[in-house]
Structure formats: C-alpha cells, structure tokens
Design a protein around this ligand. Structure first.
Ligand code: C2O
Ligand code: CU
Ligand code: CU
Length: 486
C-alpha cells in the first residue's frame, strides 16, 4: 500500500493502516522503502571527480515520477570522501538550465573555492576546484548558494555530502562500512500531490516562517527502512531541510551517543535520548544494536520556538513521525565500537579574543546603522539586507574573535563560511557537554549566543565569505551578510 503521510489523507490512511482495529492512534507504519544510500566517491581513488548538476525524475513513491535535480543523478548527489592533507579535485558541471554556484558548507577553504554567491557557474559551464583538505574529520556538505535561488535549487535536490577523514578518524575503532554501519542521513521535508513532489513555491507567510512541509524524506526516501549488522551503528545526520527543525529520538527512548558535531568529534561520547537539529547542522550519533533486532528512529517536527507541540499550521509542530526503521540482519558482519575517547579539542579562551562583533538577525526591519528602529529591511542582519556590493565585516586572518549573535521572533540557525567555531555561552550559560564541539551552524534566539573563532584562510572582496541564517527562505530574502578575511 502506498502511504502518503500528514496530508489530508493522513487520517484516512491511518484508518486503513490500522484496519478494522482502528481507534488507537498507532504510530504510522514505516519502513516500506529501502533507504537510498548516495554513491560513495573516494577522492584518493578518483583523481578527477565530476559532478554533473542535472534535471532528473525521482520516485519518492513507487511508480510516480517527481521533477527533481541532482548531482550525477535524479536527486541529491554522491558522498565524496576527502582526506586531511590530500587535495581533491572536483569539477561541477551546470546543466540545470539556470545559473548556480556550489558552496562547500563546513569546508575551511579560501574564498575563491568556497562557492558563495560570487562563484557563479552559468548554464553549460563548469567549475573546477582543488580542495586542499587541512581540517579534521567531520561531515560537511555541498549545495548551491546563489543569491535568491538557493532555496529552490536545494529543494529540487541539489545537495550532497563530504565525509572528511583524518588519522584520528581512521585509527578510532568506529563503524566505518559506508552505507552498512556508517550511514549518511540527509533529512529533509517535502510535500506531495498524488505521490509527486510539490515543486518549490512559497507564499509570503511561508517566506517568513521558512518553507515547512509535511513529509519527512531521508536521502530522498520516504517511509524508509535500512538493514544493519547486529552491532554498533553510526549515523551521520545532515539537516538539509529548507527550514524545518527536528528532534530525533528512538522508539522506547532507546539511549544513543552523540560523537560529533559539524566540524569534528566531541572529546568523549555523550549519552542522550533525543537530539535537536536545525537546518544546516550535522551530528553523528552511535546506537548499540548488538543485543537488538532493530530500532525505530522517530522525529518530532519542532515549532518556531524549537518546541514539540502545536497546531495544524505546517509551520507549527506536528505529531511525532517515524523517520526510519533499522532492521538487524544477523548474517551481516558487525564492526567497530564506541571509543571512550574521540578527540582532544583545544578550547579557545575568552581572554584570547582581540575582536568582538555583534550580529542581530532581524525580521522586522531591525535597527539601521544609525540606530533608528525598524528602518532596515524586512529580512536583515544588523539592519541591512544582503547586498553583494557591500562587504559588511572585515576580519583579520589568524585573530581570535568573539561573535555575539541574537535572533528575532523565532529561532534562526546562524552559519558562517570558512571556519569552525566553539560555543562560549548560550543565553548566558556555558554550552552542554554535547555542544562543546566544533560547529559552523548554531541556533540563536532572542537571548545572546556567544561563539569564539579564528579564521585561517583568506577571502577577498572579489570572493568574500557569507554569514547568514540557514533557513533558506531567510537567506534568499536577505538575512545574510558578507565578510572578508585578510
Ligand atoms: Cu549551507 Cu552559506 O551555507
Ligand atoms: Cu556554508
Ligand atoms: Cu532565519
């Protein structure tokens, strides 16, 4: 039976799923479709990686074609394995019929190869970059980043992963079999009409909220299940949604361990039963299935304040949904375990900072540079909307800085290019153990979030870095600014 969740069909379908037993609002059945695993391209084995950005037709529901876009395929793109101290060459070919750019979100690289709005690739043209990988192991990702078109291009399917490995990640006895017990999970929300993905469209209200749709899609799969060995399983989450915030947990509150944030491993695993993820964020977790027949990953759709619960407005939270079912197959060989020690992060100290900057993400005009209230643009940072002709901040390479960030009206995932940072305080409190890792995207609200960072790569006026809200609708509407590092 083909199941369409959380449309008006939801009630009907649930009734069907529950058969004549009906009544009890059971957890919707999941696990009808095998989880799609993006192809893996190893940069050491493929000296010239080609990624063709193309139109495609993807079947989210069997037998129904959706108009999508992908890298070398219908939807999403290959996972590129990068190695620290090994330079990878990648050629992106634009065949999507309109200009684009490809940003390496999380990569510590200089401005010209960062792929921001200035890095335009015209239709029919290609863009070749050589990435000098010098950062520690972690999950980064690539996606379009042109001014004003990011939201619809990513929504169509243009996104893929970089798995960065280093000596540490290779020597740790972790699960490492790609797609078997080391599993990429690109989480997105989409909506469907008769099984076909709705093409990107937003109303003015959705622009404010960010586009939040009703159906969870993992690696381009709805209703997914995945077969895993009876051992530790490592999940590499990327929230690739336009605007959705999620809370992930396992059925029966099964505990798991968080082992990494965006920019690398935590020092030690942190036991948790639920993890929140905003757009742009990545987290790695491990779950022990060595005495188990499986586990069911659940997702709550959070509201604008990051909380569970809310009405039927797609902006608000919805009931918990089944995200993915893991089924143990005892014939598969388990490998890897949960190490006690994962990393040795050198923490910055507040006293080392020589420069302080404040950023206010505004949705009501904010204050302009002269301090006049509500004088700026609707979606802005420090009162100014993104203007490609204006460099908003100038950073000195190698200096340690503290950025103090606040958001307006709702939670915003703040992201900047070219660096990983550490959280100093969030609403005046030091971060929880699970957040004491290298990050490049952080959720900010009306209280202040302080981060500390140091930029080590150059970004000039011609190819500056961006800082922005990672709700794509906010970014495209101007909640973004530019900075140079020299
Ligand atoms: Cu994921 Cu500036 O972006
Ligand atoms: Cu980025
Ligand atoms: Cu925002």
């Amino acid at each position: 039976m083909k199941r369409l969740i959380f449309s008006s069909l939801f009630a009907t379908v649930l009734l069907v799923a529950c058969g004549i037993n009906g009544g009890a609002p059971a957890t919707p059945q999941a696990g009808q479709n095998p989880l799609l695993i993006p192809e893996l391209i190893d940069s050491r084995e493929t000296p010239e990686i080609m990624l063709n950005m193309q139109h495609g037709q993807h079947q989210f529901y069997a037998g129904v074609q959706s108009e999508t876009k992908g890298f070398n395929g219908d939807y999403l793109g290959p996972t590129i394995r990068l190695y620290r101290d090994f330079d990878a060459t990648i050629t992106f070919v634009n065949d999507i019929g309109e200009p684009t750019s490809v940003h390496g979100h999380g990569l510590h690289v200089r401005g010209e190869i960062d792929g921001g709005p200035q890095g335009v690739i015209e239709q029919g043209e290609s863009w070749q970059i050589t990435i000098p990988v010098r950062q520690e192991a972690g999950v980064s990702w690539y996606h379009p980043h042109l001014m004003g078109t990011t939201a619809h291009q990513v929504h169509a399917g243009l996104a893929g992963l970089y798995f960065i490995e280093d000596e540490n990640s290779q020597s740790l006895d972790l699960p490492k079999a790609y797609g078997v017990n080391d599993i990429p999970l690109i989480v997105q929300d989409r909506s469907f009409t008769d099984g076909a993905m709705n093409v990107y469209a937003v109303t003015a209200e959705q622009l404010e909220d960010g586009l939040r749709e009703d159906t969870l899609v993992v690696n381009g799969t709805v209703d997914a299940y995945h077969v895993v060995p009876q051992g530790w399983v490592r999940l590499r989450f990327v929230n690739g949604s336009n605007a959705r915030f999620y809370r992930f947990s396992f059925a029966n509150n099964e505990p798991f361990f968080k082992i990494a944030t965006e920019g690398g491993f935590l020092n030690r695993p942190v036991e948790m039963t639920a993890i929140d993820m905003a757009p742009g964020e990545r987290n790695e977790i491990m779950i022990d299935l060595s005495n188990s027949t499986g586990a069911t990953l659940m997702a709550d759709f959070l509201n604008e304040d990051g909380e569970v619960g809310g009405g039927l407005n797609p902006f608000a939270a919805t009931p918990q949904v089944t995200a993915l079912e893991f089924r143990v197959d005892e014939s598969l060989q388990p490998s890897g375990t949960l190490p006690d020690v994962l990393n040795d992060i050198a923490y910055f100290d507040r006293s080392e900072a020589t420069q302080f900057r404040t950023f206010s993400l505004d949705m009501d005009g904010g204050d302009d540079d002269a301090g006049n209230a509500n004088n700026g643009d609707l979606f802005s940072i420090n009162g100014s909307s993104m203007n490609m002709m204006v460099v908003n901040e100038r950073v000195k390479k190698g200096e340690i800085e503290i950025w103090q960030i606040t958001g307006d009206q709702m939670l915003h995932p703040f992201h900047m290019h070219g660096v990983s940072f550490q959280i100093l305080t969030h609403n005046g409190e030091p971060p929880a153990e699970a957040d004491r890792g290298w990050k490049d995207t952080v959720v900010v609200g009306e209280g202040t979030t302080e981060i500390i960072l140091r930029f080590d790569y150059v970004a000039t006026d011609a190819f500056p870095y961006m800082f922005h809200c990672h709700i794509f609708e906010h970014e495209d509407s101007g909640m973004m600014g530019q900075f140079t590092v020299e």
